[in-house]
Design a protein around this ligand. Structure first.
Ligand code: ADP
Ligand code: MG
Ligand code: ZN
Length: 480
């Protein structure tokens, strides 16, 4: 990037809340379904119907506001945002403008070894709109209103970002906070987290903000990074050629790697906002806010610090383990059930991660009992089951519904190393006789060569010998 210019970015992030029902009616929020089957007269905006606020949405909004270090409004209200577009059959969206639930917060992000504070202007509750499916052939458009009324939080930042890296770090942070609280899954590819990027440029050192453009609903962090680089270049180019930036909404086409103007930017006045007459003012009591604050979970950064202290893990390992709360919980429960902390960290970060990747699974999609996991880890670490077999057992385990019994499986498949030393001495002698080279190396002072010889004996025993016993027998024979 050109160092004579600065990029200034502000984000509007929409997050779908993981409630069972919609924000103002009892319809399901489930994704998909045949078009227009998750709807009722309320979310279709039929005359005479009345919206009723879902209590869970308010609870999640208060949690989110507190996690974003916002002040929670004691008296919050909904407003009507009028617009005429068939994705919302009411011709208005119930949103919040004048008294949003939360305001004046911040999020600290770490970028390039530095901490940066991004201020949050406000966060409000609103309903999502439907989807319009445009026919490939004719001029028809088919509205699907299943998504109408799905609860959203919109988080509006101050124009505090100076780079794409800061933007990605902020989005990752919001994803981490929200998934830790379990209030959203924040999947950009599935649209449960969407970001509008407002961007302007100015000469370095300049105080006043330049004219901005807005790019809506970009659906991956990578695409956002590309859109930012491209839009900054476009604006700088325009200004260098003596032109000006027009305040407008642009569509980022990630396949073409370029954006085009959609419409000139609308102002709040264009929406003719007014207080929603069908929903009374909501009083959020101080005691309620305090109770929610007390119930917030330990978030990723604190958890990582604690894992480093409590389990003597490296920063890196603790970071990987706490990236996903389900993983962090599984780790901690397995350790509670007796798995050695260092070994358990390795099992999760390396073996479990690999097994899940091979099977195309994530933590949402596996039911693994921490108790059984701890048992398996201990079998291997104590030399009762050999490592390779242990890894196979793990992979079997994550393909079941959580009722997997490690002891029974290992028993039935004959995977326990019996420690039965029958035939051990013969095997050791045979291996010594047929591996002159390794034996010579060992006797010549290269102690590591014994590892190879032990491995050969283990193979002959097809898992029945105990590695410690094999090593002892081998050392004894070699000394003779
Ligand atoms: P509107 O109500 O028109 O959407 P807002 O003032 O609410 O505008 O700002 C929307 C977003 O745009 C905010 O995240 C804000 O930080 C950002 N923003 C405002 N002005 C600028 C600017 N000049 N450059 C970059 N971002 C901006
Ligand atoms: Mg806006
Ligand atoms: Zn409904």
């Amino acid at each position: 990037m050109n160092t004579e210019w600065e990029v200034v970015i502000g984000l509007e992030v929409h997050v779908e809340l993981a409630t069972k029902s919609k924000i103002f009616c009892a319809c399901t929020t489930e994704f998909g379904g045949a078009p227009n089957t998750h709807c009722c007269p309320v979310c279709m905006g039929m005359p005479g119907t009345l919206p009723v606020l879902n209590r869970q949405v308010l609870a999640y909004a208060v949690m989110a506001g507190l996690a974003l270090n916002c002040t929670i409004e004691n008296e919050t209200r909904f407003d009507r945002k009028n617009y005429f577009y068939p994705d919302l059959p009411k011709a208005y969206q119930i949103s919040q403008l004048y008294r949003p639930i939360a305001h004046d917060g911040y999020v600290d992000v770490h970028v390039g070894g530095r901490e940066k504070r991004i201020r949050i202007h406000e966060m409000h509750m609103e309903e999502d709109a439907g989807k319009l499916i445009h026919s490939e052939y004719g001029n028809e458009t088919y509205p699907d209103y299943n998504r109408c009324g799905v609860p959203l939080l919109e988080i509006v930042s101050e124009p505090d970002f100076g780079s794409a890296e800061e933007v990605s770090a902020y989005l990752e942070k919001i994803r981490s906070l929200f998934t830790y609280m379990g209030i959203s899954d924040c999947k950009m590819q599935e649209g449960s987290m969407r970001a509008d990027v407002n961007l302007s440029v100015r000469r370095a050192g300049e105080k006043a903000l330049g004219t901005r453009t807005e790019m809506k609903n970009i659906n991956s962090i990578k695409a956002i990074e590309r859109a930012i680089a491209d839009e900054a270049d476009r604006q700088i180019g325009l200004l260098l050629r003596g032109g000006c930036v027009t305040q407008e909404t642009r569509r980022w086409d990630d396949d073409k790697r370029s954006s085009y103007a959609m419409r000139s930017k609308e102002n709040a006045q264009d929406y003719r906002y007014f207080p929603e007459p069908d929903i009374p003012v909501i009083f959020v009591e101080k005691e309620y806010i305090a109770a929610v604050r007390d119930s917030l979970p330990e978030f990723m950064e604190e958890k990582r610090e604690r894992f480093m202290r409590q389990y003597s893990l490296s920063d890196y390992d603790a970071g990987l383990l706490t990236a996903d709360r389900k993983q962090a919980d599984l780790y901690e429960e397995a350790v509670d059930r007796g798995a050695p902390p260092k070994a358990a960290a390795n099992w999760l970060i390396v073996q479990l991660a690999r097994a899940m990747k091979d099977l195309g699974k994530d933590f949402e999609g596996i039911a693994i009992s921490p108790c059984e996991l701890a048992k398996l880890i201990n079998y291997v670490e104590e030399g009762k089951v050999n490592r390779k077999d242990g890894i196979d057992v793990l992979s079997e385990m994550i393909q079941t519904d959580g009722s997997f019994d490690v002891a029974q499986y290992v028993q039935e498949h004959g995977l326990f190393i019996t420690g039965d030393s029958e035939g051990l001495l013969e095997a050791v002698r045979e291996v010594i006789l047929s591996n002159d080279k390794a034996v010579g190396e060992y006797k010549g002072g290269k102690e590591k060569a014994i590892g190879f010889l032990v491995g050969q004996v283990m193979r002959r025993g097809s898992g029945k010998f105990h590695p410690v016993a094999v090593r002892e027998a081998m050392e004894k024979e070699l000394k003779k």
